[in-house]
Ligand binder design. Structure first.
Ligand code: TMP
Length: 210
């Protein structure tokens, strides 16, 4: 049995990643593939507990380094308990955020830099990486407006627009550095348009007839 593929959806706030994660799972299942949705931080029992620590409370609750370590602790638990076993049984895993979020939010947004994030990646994730990463891109103000309409504001949405601009620029830089893995998707359209753009990219990059 061949292994499943690992696809991650990335981007700033309000870009519709969660909706698109589920829509992509549906499309893959429609052609008979096994596919599961998951998310970070979270996606396993322990990782969901760490998620609560990260998304609740005041913006200054953690210093950037502590936050970085918590994200990687949650990620390691999620990989061991959920992602790796699921891929091993031939199921595709579609993940709402992964390590590019850490690079964008902690590396670029909080200014910890690429090296710190890459070092922890090597330690906790190793050689494993997504087969494809879809970066849903949207102007910062538009994304924050959409996120506010959705409600249930998290700690990160209150970090100010300079922070959000740095992380958007970070994502654009990530896409430039790794064009083989990352594809930028314009998240400004309707949910149907974005879902179609994602499906076309998956079809083209991973050679499946969705
Ligand atoms: P979300 O699931 O609503 O996107 O919330 C998770 C928040 O956590 C989001 O604001 C981005 C942030 N985050 C990081 O700062 N670093 C990370 O590595 C991950 C996975 C998420």
């Amino acid at each position: 049995m061949s292994k499943g593929r690992f696809i991650t959806l990335e981007g700033g706030e309000g870009g519709g990643k969660s909706t698109q994660t589920f829509r992509l799972v549906e499309r893959l299942r429609r052609i008979g593939l096994k596919a599961e949705a998951t998310r970070e931080p979270g996606g396993a029992e322990g990782a969901e507990m760490i998620r609560k620590l990260l998304v609740e409370g005041e913006p200054g609750r953690w210093d950037p380094q502590t936050e970085l370590l918590l994200h990687f602790a949650a990620r390691r638990d999620h990989l061991r308990r959920t992602v790796w076993p699921t891929l091993e049984r031939g199921c595709w895993v579609i993940c709402d955020r992964f390590a590019d979020s850490t690079m964008a939010y902690q590396g670029y947004g909080h200014g910890l830099g690429r090296e710190a994030v890459e070092a922890l990646y090597r330690l906790t994730v190793g050689d494993f990486k997504p087969d494809l990463t879809l970066i849903l891109d949207l102007p910062v103000e538009e994304g924050l407006k959409r996120a506010a309409l959705r409600g249930g504001e998290n700690r990160y949405e209150r970090m100010g627009s300079d922070f959000h601009q740095r992380l958007r620029d970070g994502y654009l830089e990530i896409a430039r550095r790794e064009p083989g893995r990352c594809v930028l998707i314009d998240a400004g359209g309707t949910a149907d348009q974005v879902a179609d753009a994602i499906a076309a990219t998956v079809r083209d990059r991973l050679k499946v007839a969705i």
